[in-house]
Design a binder for this molecule. Structure first.
Ligand code: SIN
Length: 278
């Protein structure tokens, strides 16, 4: 995915890459209306190629939000028992609202992929922000887990082959949240590319290794995945949208705006299958 540009062969939408490894801003699209077949085909291609899509100036309703998500799959629900985000008036949409009362923290303020503790983790999430903190805080950082995998040494890639890790949702969302075992290296169902599927928030060690070694390698991988060269930091504006592929990227919501308001809504799309070994 390295290389300049974006926009190759797109006829309906515009696709402007945000960084060499991850992220593209989509233009010439109106998400308040149903998409044409060509727009949708191009959007799907841009999603597979860029991992996270960003949109600006889209004043979407719950119906618009859900329509966009349903082009990609079934609407999912949060696997966690205790969460910082809250239900909205529409059961398909969660409210991501933080302000001077958010003393216990905000959603996503640690490196993670969403609910990897689920037996079938979400395909992706679409986050819409209508209100942005006036202090210019509240950015979200995304990293490509393809890039994280590809940058490993060949020796490390062979070492990780066939290993699994327990993703413990209880550590993040409390009792009653699922725990699931997934491969450490997974293959993306659409791109066919390999990526790392571990993050330090839900994983304490890798299975099948002596305990200290499993802990040390899990820590190393979590740290490695934060390499700035694999990342892009998105600056929100009112009515921006970020739509990320949860199967191949991690993200981190920066908590630097308390006590200001940052407010929006998120729709989650169910995954189609458990992560496949790479
Ligand atoms: C999340 O982890 O889903 C929240 C991301 C954000 O608020 O930027």
């Amino acid at each position: 995915m390295d290389g300049a540009g974006g926009n190759e062969d797109y006829r309906a939408i515009t696709v402007t890459r945000c960084s060499p490894r991850i992220g593209a801003e989509i233009g010439n699209i109106d998400l308040t209306r149903p998409l044409s077949e060509l727009e949708l085909a191009e959007l799907k291609r841009a999603f597979t190629e860029n991992l996270v899509l960003f949109f600006r100036d889209q004043k979407i309703s719950f119906e618009d939000h859900v329509r966009l998500a349903e082009y990609f799959g079934t609407i999912g629900s949060h696997a966690g028992k205790k969460t910082h985000s809250k239900p909205s008036e529409d059961p398909r949409v969660r409210r991501f609202h933080f302000d001077e009362t958010s003393v216990d923290g905000i959603s996503g303020n640690a490196w993670h992929s969403d609910q990897s503790c689920a037996p079938i983790p979400p395909l992706g999430s679409i986050l819409y922000m209508h209100t942005i903190p006036p202090n210019r805080g509240g950015d979200t950082v995304f990293v490509s887990m393809y890039a994280a995998y590809e940058a490993l040494s060949d020796r490390m890639k062979s070492y990780l082959e066939g290993l699994t890790a327990l993703h413990d949702g209880v550590l993040i969302f409390g009792d009653g949240t699922p725990r699931s075992e997934h491969p450490v290296v997974v293959r993306h169902p659409e791109s066919g590319r390999k990526s790392l599927f571990v993050h330090g928030t839900a994983i304490r060690w890798l299975n099948g290794l002596p305990r200290d070694e499993g802990i040390a390698i899990a820590r190393y991988l979590a740290e490695h995945a934060r390499t700035p060269e694999f990342s892009f930091r998105f600056r929100w504006e009112p009515h921006s949208i970020a739509f990320w592929d949860n199967r191949c990227c991690h993200h981190y919501a920066i908590n630097d705006y308390f006590p200001h308001v940052r407010s929006g809504y998120r729709v989650q799309i169910e995954g189609h299958a458990p992560p496949a070994p790479g």
